[in-house]
Design a protein around this ligand. Structure first.
Ligand SMILES: Cn1cnc(CNC(=O)c2cc(-c3ccc(F)cc3)cc(O)c2O)c1
Ligand SMILES: [Mg+2]
Length: 215
């Protein structure tokens, strides 16, 4: 097919959503992915759980690992008060290009810093480059085998401090067994599983919320 799936998702947003209205962007993507083509957005069911965690944490600085088309970036940014922001890392330049346009359509570009590159390369530079002390919330939704190494890297870089909340997507499907084992067995995290379903399907999936307790 000539266009890519992310390009078709952007087209659905441009056709169905209202500029400056983040909820209409979310609704347009969910409708397209439920009725036209499945895509790996966190989706509406797990997205509601994400919303509740964002509202509970009321974060000032959020790190999102894995932007894809910007669906969860918009979900998070729409709930942030003035002065708060989400830094979102995306490795794939084609995804990043689409996400920028989706985020712009939602009118939330002032609350979002989209960074193109590998999480492992960028995390060590977060403090220096973005003036970040520590993250209040980290949403992990990138390559599943990077969840654990990047969590350890965030710890080593002092970007996770007492009270930081990690929220991980896909802990069942595709699954992140080594990450789950780590946060559930570590005395430094208080972990809980939010059972849900793989976006737009009946398959089981869920989010793992882990609060860092300090050293
Ligand atoms: C290529 N790539 C760039 N970023 C990523 C990171 N995301 C995922 O891999 C991802 C995958 C799935 C999924 C795929 C196939 C399937 F059968 C079931 C689930 C769902 C998600 O919510 C995800 O976040 C992958
Ligand atoms: Mg996911």
């Amino acid at each position: 097919t000539r266009t890519s799936r992310p390009q078709r998702i952007l087209k659905a947003v441009q056709r169905k959503a209202t500029v400056g209205d983040p909820q209409s962007v979310i609704t347009a993507i969910d409708h397209f992915c439920r009725h036209r083509e499945w895509a790996m957005n966190v989706g509406d069911e797990k997205g509601s759980i994400l919303d509740s965690v964002v509202n509970e944490v009321s974060p000032v600085t959020v790190l999102e690992l894995g932007t894809y088309c910007g669906y969860s970036t918009v979900r998070i940014a729409r709930l942030l008060p003035p002065g708060a922001c989400v830094i979102t890392l995306e490795f794939n330049p084609d995804y990043a290009a689409i996400a920028r346009q989706v985020i712009k359509w939602s009118g939330l570009e002032d609350k979002v810093q989209l960074v193109e590159g590998a999480s492992g390369d960028w995390i060590p530079w977060m403090k220096e480059h973005f003036g970040v002390q520590a993250f209040d919330l980290v949403f992990l939704d990138h390559w599943k085998e990077r969840y654990l190494p990047d969590t350890k890297l965030l710890e080593e870089c002092g970007l996770i401090q007492k009270g930081t909340v990690l929220l991980a997507d896909n802990v069942i499907c595709p699954g992140t067994p080594d990450y789950l084992e780590y946060v559930r067995n570590s005395p430094h995290y208080n972990s809980q599983y939010y059972r849900s379903h793989l976006e737009y399907t009946k398959a089981e999936d869920g989010l793992e919320k882990s609060v860092f307790l300090g050293y």
